[in-house]
Design a protein around this ligand. Structure first.
Ligand code: UDP
Ligand code: MN
Length: 264
């Protein structure tokens, strides 16, 4: 095992912990040789902390940071994302020389340890605006100096979307043009919403997906799952996109078999 590198995620409440646990389990299933770390805030319950400790090597308490930027978060239609500034704490994990951050709503479909061959700051394009990276999966190097600069930058400039992604894109602004090695292939952060917008590309490349990202307001844990038929449905019974369905089912299979038993 490589003890000075880690996959890192974040959960500021018990709801997102469900996602983090499934992500952690998926990394374990594919036998990552790296450490697993999670940043949590005081709202996370004791029971959930105990479950987290069974999957993550390191459960790190941090203070919540909120952008408090109602105007931009309203434009984004995601008022809950101000707290994603808490993600910045990942730069304080200086016990590691390099890390890969992954949102709690991501899931790995194979071993992705090769991501550690990349340098800070590597990320995949955002499907909504491809000259921006999506901050759901990125390679970074912990550093208290960078952390301090990020906080200063946040205070001076805020974030154009009110969340961490706007801030990080402005801070690492050379990403779009400077070094193509810092562009992760899209299959390392395939957002399930893209599935609708370019169906032939998904049909052609989708089978190579390595990391699925359940980006957007509907998270896997918001769906209904029938364990008998192993099917996922929407709570209001509108149909789930056919391309998204296998990924949602996979999430639920891991959740039912490996995570629920930890929480009982
Ligand atoms: N997050 C959290 N608590 C929240 C909202 C977000 O811990 O209330 C963390 C979690 O790791 C999540 C990430 O911040 O995956 C980014 O938020 P989200 O995935 O909801 O944003 P999206 O990918 O849909 O833009
Ligand atoms: Mn996400």
């Amino acid at each position: 095992p490589v003890t000075d590198q880690a996959f890192v995620t974040l959960a500021t409440n018990d709801v997102y912990c469900h996602g983090a646990l499934v992500l952690g389990q998926s990394l374990r299933n594919y036998r990552t040789s790296r450490r697993l770390a999670i940043l949590i805030t005081p709202q996370v319950s004791r029971a959930m902390r105990a479950a987290l400790r069974t999957i993550f090597d390191s459960v790190v308490d941090v203070k919540e940071i909120d952008s408090n930027d109602l105007m931009h978060l309203t434009l984004l239609k995601r008022l809950e994302l101000g707290v994603t500034f808490t993600k910045l704490h990942c730069w304080t994990l200086t016990q590691y020389s390099k890390c890969v951050f992954m949102d709690a709503d991501t899931l790995v479909l194979c071993n992705v340890d090769e991501l550690f061959e990349r340098e800070e700051f590597s990320a995949a394009p955002d499907p909504g605006w491809p000259d921006c990276f999506n901050s759901g999966v990125f390679v970074f190097q912990p550093s208290l100096k960078t952390f301090k600069h990020l906080l200063q930058f946040a205070n001076e400039h805020g974030s154009f979307d009110g969340g961490d992604q706007g801030l990080l894109n402005s801070f690492f602004s050379s990403w779009a043009t400077k070094d193509i090695n810092k562009h992760l292939p899209f299959i390392y952060n395939l957002s399930s919403s893209t599935v609708y917008t370019y169906a032939p590309a998904f049909q052609h490349f989708g089978k190579d997906t390595k990391v699925i990202h359940f980006l957007g307001p509907a998270k896997p844990w918001n769906y209904k799952y029938n364990p008998q038929t192993r099917t996922v449905t929407q709570n209001d019974s509108t149909p789930v996109s056919e391309n998204q369905l296998p990924f949602l089912e996979l999430w639920w299979i891991i959740y039912r078999s490996s995570i629920l038993p930890l929480l009982e």
